[in-house]
Design a protein around this ligand. Structure first.
Ligand code: GDP
Ligand code: GDP
Length: 470
């Protein structure tokens, strides 16, 4: 498995860039905050369809953790060379007894957390009270807005959309989210109103204290733990170099080292919303994860692990952040519950055996001194870089001992591998053909055994390349 053998294969420019010796490792933490576009409107007007169109294939990513449905709120998108974030308010459970109120609360939260708003109305239905209500919310927010008249599937229907001028939001853009018609013009306009500099997205500086998000479903003990840590330890207030001035964050010194706990305001603020509380919690959780390097995922060890716990963990993995699992309320765990918990973890978290778990009690402070060691360990894995020579010699031995099974008379081979980024570690394997899912897992497992990526997700991408025709 030599780099020279790669010359026999069809490589493109990107490949050569990846292979270049001085290839600069990409660090996600250096990414500038993207402006946020919220897609709002009443149910069934086509918001989710439009988000799918804007975001492209990424929404359709297959979930391989059973029982976990993807309900992201935030998506990364690109249009006309600009990167931005789309917030989807579609697909959320609607309470049949109070449709309008629940939609309004979700829209209000989404609008408040956006730099600009894209309002979707169904041009085939006309303006309803619910539409008017959302228009009011947008107006009061003072945020820039673009109006999409959706379900205009043919040119003949276009004239019908003209009555939407009456909403007073400027020109209605007729689109068909389903077929893509008009979506280019709509997005061009969205880019015109979307500021380049986000006012709502967090800055994620590459230096200064490491950034930690404390996440988990409601009542697992996040604010108790935060208060305990902030109470027992020094809350750093002086002007540390590289420190963000973001008032929602908090600097806490643990074992002599400062950490930035992100969005502590969001943890301390009790949300008294009757409806929309879950939506608010998801939104907050995702933003906190996105703005952190490491997520401490809290679960309540005294009760059964829930889907919501798993979703939070999946969000951390999707975002590519380091993670530590904290089983809180250990003072309530007896011998029997402990056995059940072990079994639940074995069953539910099979896909993430690399996550370190620590048991604590935020109430009594028991074992909270174990936090920093696990946090440092996870970040060390997250930052880890394996030299190309070392990586290829590890894989060479591995592959000769355990070659890929023969498939349809062919046996794909790995020609060369390189680590293309850190935070989290991401590897690209150049191969002579498609690798089985199981074989990729096997490689990931062995890389983890060899190099120890405890606490960090690891991505492995495969680039199958054809042999050059001579
Ligand atoms: P949401 O509740 O606002 O997220 O709406 P959805 O995206 O789930 O769409 C509701 C329904 O409208 C679905 O059956 C879609 O297939 C349909 N729909 C969405 N966009 C269009 C469109 O441009 N034209 C037509 N004819 N139907 C659409
Ligand atoms: P949050 O919603 O995740 O911020 O959870 P809170 O910190 O508000 O905690 C929810 C409830 O669990 C409160 O009544 C806490 O007193 C309780 N709680 C938190 N941590 C512990 C713990 O370690 N042991 C016990 N017994 N109760 C706890």
């Amino acid at each position: 498995m030599m780099r020279a053998s790669l010359d026999d294969y069809e490589l493109d420019e990107d490949d050569y860039a990846l292979l270049a010796d001085d290839y600069e490792l990409v660090e996600h933490a250096a990414v500038a905050p993207r402006p946020v576009l919220a897609i709002v409107g009443r149910p069934n007007v086509g918001k989710s369809t439009l988000v799918n169109r804007i975001v492209g294939k990424r929404v359709a990513v297959v979930q391989d953790t059973p029982g976990v449905t993807r309900d992201r709120v935030y998506y990364d998108a690109q249009w006309a060379d600009r990167d931005f974030t789309v917030v989807d308010t579609g697909g959320w459970e609607i309470d049949v007894t109070g449709i309008d109120r629940s939609v309004a609360v979700q829209s209000e939260i989404a609008i408040e957390n956006a730099d600009a708003v894209l309002l979707v109305v169904d041009a085939t239905v006309g303006v309803t009270d619910a539409d008017e209500h959302i228009v009011d919310l947008i107006r009061r927010s003072g945020k820039p807005v673009v109006l999409a008249a959706n379900k205009v599937d043919s040119p003949q229907q276009e004239a019908d959309a003209a009555y939407l001028w009456a909403l007073g939001l400027g020109e209605p853009f007729p689109v068909s989210a389903l077929h893509g018609r008009g979506s280019g013009d709509l997005l061009d306009q969205a880019m015109r109103i979307l500021p380049r500099q986000s006012q709502v997205n967090y800055e994620r500086p590459g230096e200064g204290p490491r950034r930690v998000a404390l996440v988990g479903r409601p009542n697992v003990g996040k604010s108790s733990l935060l208060n305990m840590l902030a109470g027992q330890n020094r809350v750093v207030v002086d002007d540390l170099a590289g420190t963000t001035r973001d008032p929602v964050d908090e600097l806490i010194e643990l074992d002599g080292q400062a950490w930035t706990f992100v969005d502590t305001a969001g943890i301390r603020r009790r949300v008294h919303l009757q409806r929309g509380a879950d939506y608010y919690a998801s939104l907050r959780t995702q933003r906190a994860i996105d703005s952190a390097e490491l997520a401490l995922v809290l679960i309540d060890a005294s009760v059964e692990i829930t889907d919501q716990d798993l979703k939070v963990m999946q969000s951390v993995i999707d975002a590519g952040r380091a993670m530590v699992l904290i089983c809180n309320k250990w003072d309530l765990v007896d011998e029997e519950r402990r056995r059940y918990l072990d079994r639940e973890i074995e069953r539910e978290l099979v896909q993430m055996p690399w996550v370190e778990r620590i048991n604590i009690s935020a109430k009594t402070g028991w074992h909270t001194n174990r936090l920093t060691r696990a946090m440092e360990k996870a970040l060390e894995s997250w930052d880890k870089r394996i030299a190309t020579g070392q990586l290829n010699s590890t894989l060479g031995e591995l592959i000769s001992a355990h070659p890929h099974p023969v498939r349809g008379g062919r046996q794909p081979r790995i020609l060369f591998a390189t680590q293309v980024s850190v935070q989290p570690p991401r590897f690209v394997l150049f191969t002579t053909g498609h690798l089985d899912h199981g074989y990729r897992r096997f490689i990931e497992r062995r890389l983890r055994e060899q190099y120890d990526f405890t606490g960090s997700p690891v991505e492995i991408a495969v680039r199958a390349r054809e042999r050059r025709k001579r």
